[in-house]
Design a protein around this ligand. Structure first.
Ligand code: X90
Length: 276
């Protein structure tokens, strides 16, 4: 096969129609059980289980071997990794890419540090698919996808930052902001791919209008939007309605967070990637 897209499971994507694709799972690990972020994982059951666990719950990213295995069979690979600002996945993927090219003469691997997660990565996957379908040369696709990345943004609303704080992925002082019942955090990603909290909002309605205002302030003009929710379809549809009302020609997709994003973003969250 000539081209293959590979992404780690932080993308919330397991299948892509019409182009070779592989998802490389991250894992969520409690003292009792290991949850592999794959299509078989029941996210609701995992979150229910984890509520009962008192010990630490950690995560692990794919290693070099996992990534390399996913590249197999392809001449040219486009690999997308969760932000290196919060995970070691990109470093492993980059090493895997170098090993793969050494072991398969003539093959090419482009590994992208997406500096983001979830729905933003889905937008990159969909764009890569279009570029592959246009049968462009490898290097041109690399240039075009880097360009496209610079036109994407991500915002989120989270009800709790507990999992992120317990695993050292956000500063504990920041996590405290979200500690109050009924308070939601609206935020974004930094240029270095770390989490930036922007607002404390009381109640979901307030959080959604704040998120929507931030999107517009930060370049949204009616392009594609991908909304991934964790057990909160209602909020995702509410946001979609707001977007479609102001931008009737926009293209808004709603999806679900899989294991990794659901564990960190927690129940009730929305993560939103969009074209600016
Ligand atoms: O174990 C690992 O290597 C995985 C660690 C992943 C930690 C981050 C997960 C973030 C999930 C939270 C909201 C979006 C923040 C985006 C900032 C760039 C989603």
């Amino acid at each position: 096969m000539k081209y293959k897209i590979v992404a780690d499971s932080s993308s919330n994507v397991f299948r892509v129609e019409g182009v070779p694709f592989a998802s490389v799972p991250l894992k969520i690990i409690s003292e009792e059980k290991e949850y592999v972020d794959s299509p078989e994982l029941n996210v609701f059951e995992m979150l229910e289980d984890l509520k009962k666990v008192s010990g630490p719950v950690t995560t692990s990213c794919p290693n070099v071997f996992d990534w390399k295995e996913a590249f197999e069979g392809a001449e040219n690979v486009f690999a997308l990794a969760i932000t290196s600002g919060m995970s070691g996945s990109y470093v492993a993927a980059r090493q895997a890419g170098m090993d793969y090219m050494e072991e398969h003469e003539g093959s090419k691997v482009f590994v992208m540090d997406t500096l983001s997660v979830g729905p933003l990565v889905r937008l990159l996957i969909d764009r890569l698919k279009e570029l592959i379908e246009q049968e462009l040369p490898f290097e041109e696709i690399v240039e075009k996808i880097k360009e496209y990345r610079s036109h994407l943004n991500l915002f989120f609303t989270l009800e709790s930052l507990d999992s992120l704080a317990r695993n050292g992925r956000v500063n504990p002082a920041v996590a405290k902001l979200a500690g109050v019942l009924g308070i939601r955090i609206v935020g974004t990603g930094s240029e270095e791919g770390t989490l930036v909290p922007l607002h404390k909002c009381r109640g979901e309605k307030r959080a959604l209008s704040t998120l929507w205002d931030e999107m517009k302030k930060n370049g949204y003009h009616g392009g594609r939007v991908q909304i991934d929710h964790c057990l909160n379809l209602k909020a995702a549809m509410d946001l979609k309605e707001r977007i479609c009302k102001e931008y009737p020609d926009s293209d808004v997709e709603v999806g679900t967070s899989t294991g990794l994003c659901s564990f960190y973003a927690e129940q009730g969250s929305l993560i939103v990637g969009y074209e600016k």
